[in-house]
Design a protein around this ligand. Structure first.
Ligand code: DGY
Length: 336
């Protein structure tokens, strides 16, 4: 039997690559920039599997041009970059990497909360650029405290829950909003449920942990920002499009809220002339929620195993579009 042919859209850590190269013919995109749309279109021709990243938009048009694709394995937990409905229609398995980046992302959300509250990035800039004059001063770089404050978590999935665990060590009062109430977690972590509007009014820190969907697109807009406390700090490590960035810039400029810590943007990389980069009261990081050595290695291994699982005709560890099994059975795919 011929080896399955796969296309990988970025250079990936060695362990995952090794796993894949044992049984597949690999074409891998090299270079710092992601492949262009045309590159992807050309390279998925004749391929049985695609291992892609959140930077690759795998929309219906791209999926339709693929002639042999059986599996799209996302390196990421978010699959908003893939048209999963079109993939399902065509019997293409879509896999992802949930769970493994929970702790790394929750750590970053907490770090952004702390940095925005205590103006760490601003302080760092002042030390480096010589604008720190006169040594210690009673009014220099005053910020907000975190210990004992109220944290509002929007979306109590894996990462939201991991953030709550961290916040309880800081004796924070934790309120949450989620599509469904989660009584077990409420009890275990001492959380209180709030309607969204109430959470916005009550929280000193608000952290977003919902997936990007039609319902969560611009969930945080000027109307919601105006409901927050004037000393509130907003943290987003989920997806940029969940926040209307122009409205956020208005809120930060106009003092409707006191600050923000943002890791994800509607357009990445963030264009240099973006309004947010001009503001002092926002800490910006370049989508590094999962960027620990350990986590990225696991993401790589899992995405490789997911892809191989499907091509072996076995249940992959993490299948996103379970309904696809009704369209094409794993048995009929088995190539390895
Ligand atoms: C994901 O995998 O969706 C994360 O955003 C990467 O950090």
């Amino acid at each position: 039997m011929n080896k399955p042919r796969i296309y990988i859209t970025r250079e990936i850590p060695a362990k995952g690559l090794e796993l894949l190269s044992r049984c597949c013919d690999i074409t891998m995109h090299r270079g710092k920039e992601p492949p262009s749309r045309e590159d992807i279109q050309i390279n998925i021709q004749g391929k049985d599997g695609l291992l892609c990243m959140l930077t690759d938009k795998i929309d219906s048009e791209i999926i339709k041009t693929s002639d042999k694709l059986k599996v799209i394995s996302s390196f990421n937990v978010g699959v908003d970059h893939i048209d999963t409905i079109e993939a399902t229609k065509r019997g293409i398995y879509v896999t992802y990497t949930p769970g493994v980046l929970t702790n790394a992302t929750a750590d970053l959300a907490f770090a952004l909360m702390m940095s925005a509250a205590r103006r760490i990035a601003e302080g760092d800039r002042n030390v480096r650029n010589g604008s720190w004059r006169g040594g210690w001063a009673p009014n220099m770089l005053l910020g907000e405290g975190v210990y004992g404050k109220t944290l509002g978590i929007i979306g109590l999935g894996r990462i939201g829950t991991a953030l709550a665990e961290r916040a309880s060590g800081f004796k924070m009062k934790i309120v949450y909003y989620n599509r469904n109430r989660l009584p077990n977690k409420e009890k275990k972590l001492n959380l209180e449920y709030r309607y969204l509007e109430d959470l916005l009014k009550e929280s000193d820190f608000i952290s977003l942990h919902v997936p990007l969907t039609d319902e969560t697109h611009h969930l945080i807009d000027s109307q919601k920002l105006k409901k927050m406390k004037r000393n509130a700090i907003l943290v987003n490590t989920a997806r940029g499009q969940i926040v209307d960035e122009d409205d956020l810039a208005d809120a930060l400029e106009g003092g409707w809220i006191s600050g923000a810590g943002i890791d994800v943007f509607s357009s990445e990389p963030l264009p240099a002339d973006n309004r947010l980069s001009q503001l002092k009261n926002v800490v910006l990081t370049p989508h590094i929620g999962s960027a620990t050595y350990h986590t990225r290695n696991l993401m790589c291994e899992i995405s490789a195993m997911n892809l191989l699982g499907v091509l072996k005709g076995e249940n992959p560890h993490y299948l996103f579009n379970i309904e696809v099994m009704k369209v094409r059975s794993l048995d009929s795919i088995k190539m390895i």
